[in-house]
Design a protein around this ligand. Sequence first.
Ligand SMILES: Cc1ncc(COP(=O)(O)O)c(C=O)c1O
Length: 462
Amino acid sequence: MSSSNPTGTSTARATLPACDHRPAPYDGPARNEILALRREYLNPGILTYYQEPICIVEGHLQYLWDETGKRYLDAIAGIVTVSVGHCHPKITDRVREQVGRLVHTTTIYLHPNIVLFAKELAERMPAESDLKVSYFTNSGSEANELAVLMSRLHTGHHEVLALRNGYHGGSQTAMSLTAVGTWKYPVVTPGGVRHVAPGYCYRCPFGLSYPSCDLKCATSIEDVIRYETCGQVACFIAEPIQGVGGAVLPPPEYFKVVYDIVRRYGGLCIADEVQTGFGRTGEHYWGFEHFGVTPDIVVMAKGIGNGAPLGACTTRPSVAEHLKQRLHFNTFGGNPVSVLQGLATLEIIDEENIQQQARELGGYLNGRLLELQDKHPVIGQVRGLGLMLGVELVKNRQTKEPAAAETADVVERAKDRGLLLGKGGLYGNVIRIKPPMCITREDCDFMVDCLDTCFAEGGAVT
Ligand SMILES: Cc1ncc(COP(=O)(O)O)c(C=O)c1O
């Protein structure tokens, strides 16, 4: 079904697919009251999306409801956290049972859930990799802190390489690793971090084109090591696809070249799989597998627990053992409830063919977004893998001037029509689409039709 918009261009009518779930009547404080309490009692640095923040009170699989009963398709999965669907009934049942039995012990006692989960994670790592032992945390930032600490202890080196346009968290070391200026504060963060060029072909840091560039982004890392470090590095950390940075997918050879260089200078390679892990990128379980490399440390969080506060740092026993030099402890890391949620999530990913779903529906969605690009010149690039997609908006395809205001406008309009999207990139001009991986083809059609309408309404169609 299609309709005409003010510009006279035809757009498909976007209707949310049907859903059987009925949210419980909401009887909590009114939205305005919550907003007022939040303004008074929460740190103002905690950001909200949207000019008029929405209040979400219930979730079921790919859908969320606000306090008025309005339904939304969650195309950003919390923030890339809900892997198999909000309140997935199988997870909810198991967690409910666990909460009635035991909520808290720490790792000073034995408990089955933590070891069973660690074993399952190890079994999902590449064969022969020996990526086997995990340290559980409550967040991705904490897991990244540990990854850097273990690299430094293992190698005896201090210098860390991270990518420009990368995001690794908000704690102090994680903020040092992060290189998107909007997420950094004017304070001194732990030193010893050098930022090197990402494989961001659409905005090549060297103004070159792939493949005639000879992978300058990757090879230039050697110069940074030679000029800016003592020639010995502890580690290189990168997201296989940059998430907060705007779904930036490097060329296929990028990580092979970089890993070789880093290892020649004595460093370990860390894959920050906080967004790319657990089948989201489709073809493979882990993002790094798309690039034919095996890291020395894998960092996970977000999708690992389908919404539980859970992170993990998995490495080889030979790397992990350096943590024994002193005492290390994390009160809530690996608690019986969070790791059970992680375990149940892994099982559902397998049982419900979630990875295959991410590949198939991601391919379909990508194709439909490319069709939209033909129609709307504001779309500079559609990119990503599986259900980790980004749509970069530009004012002009030649100059690639970022269309930040247009992006914010489309994201607002989509929300009004029942579609929750993410936003990212240094300029805030990338629409991020990373839904729970249980979405359907009808949901994908709704997303694209809704975007089509929003672009048209915003005057983006010429
Ligand atoms: C790639 C990546 N690493 C690390 C983090 C930090 O995770 P957390 O917010 O759980 O500390 C994030 C969060 O967005 C992330 O996207």
